[in-house]
Design a protein. Sequence first.
Length: 81
Amino acid sequence: MSDQVKFDDTWTTITERFKNALIEVMRAECEMMEKYHPDCWSWGRCEIIDLAHINGIHFNFGANEDLPDDNLGQFAVIIKE
């Protein structure tokens, strides 16, 4: 996985702190929603497309049976190029 993320027409290196913060947001959301839908909130993926756009960061969550077969574990940040 590349550590280069797009911001408009510029590429910059994403930091571990930023990736860890996104993972923490996913963990916190799953923890919060587990009370309401315990079978539906077991994993999360964050796709970064372009940090300059309002929809440039996309979160996706699901249940254990829907966990993507990408060997990334329970929570992951994916940078789209």
